[in-house]
Design a protein around this ligand. Sequence first.
Ligand SMILES: [Mn+2]
Length: 352
Amino acid sequence: MRFFHIADVHLGAEPDKGYPWSQDRSREIWDSFRRVIEQAGRDHVDLLLIAGDLFHRQPLARELKEVNAMFSTIPDTKIVLIAGNHDYLRKDSPYRKFPWGKNVWGLWSQEFSHVDFPEMGVRVRGCSYESREIRQPLYDSLKKSGEMPVEILLAHGGDEKHIPISRERLIAGGFDYVALGHIHKPQVLLEDRIIYPGSLEPTEKNDTGVHGFVKGEIKKGKVRTAFVPWAVREYKELRIPVTRETTQYRLTQFLQELIKKMGEKHIYTVLLEGKRDPDTEFHLNQLYSLGNIRAVEDQTRPGWSLEELCRKYKGSLLEEYIRSFGEKPDEEAEKALEYGIGALLETGEEIL
Ligand SMILES: [Mn+2]
């Protein structure tokens, strides 16, 4: 028996609203989802598990129609889904009354329920969110029933406000596989057994790293899984080392080449680090056009030459101040020293 396990697709999300690539991202999230369905068809997957937050917010009826149409293209694949905290089952949720296709099962209740597939010897158990938050650790006391050869738990949560999860208790539950959702970074709690695939596509800047889904096979009660990288893009952080020699021009060149090397489709947060020439001021605005750049943060510190300063301001308060830190100040002291130098220089030469 072969399965795909996806989670946190967040259809309808508009990542990085206001940025030039935001609309593309909205579309890419839908595309990525459609491509998984197509892949499931090509791979003759028996079971597609969707572990909550398929939608970023309440789904619209016409969006469910779209999703259901995609599902109908893989009639031999059984699809089981639950609602997460983002697409929770409101009283009027279209999830409840939508006429799903024959191969689709929604566990539309906050009470646990299950669906059995006798031909596969598989039971899938789970529950949906009926509100934005569930603070009770609902999965803690859940146990495999023993009524079916293979039992899968479809679960969504793992933080304080969204069904807190205890790894030990999940393991003790004895399920053959726990298909988790909610945490956007892929995470294996127990190899081949209890897994967060992470969000299919990253949906915000903190979703750094690779994204995709889990594929698995259950043979004679033994589960084997593999992570499938799938997302079109990644959020990446670029740390740019700056020295006293770094000019605006060189910074621009360096960043341009780096983005080319790392991939121009990715979305970047740029951090400037190190010690710059105290006289240099970087024009951060000019860097944004070099790629999909969300933010540029200048964390550089002025690289004073203490000797030079002492020479230039000989006999002054500034020299006295610098000398007071001794030959080799530690890192803390050095920061204080730099801060002090900056402040003294700013107050003006007349008092120095
Ligand atoms: Mn969630």
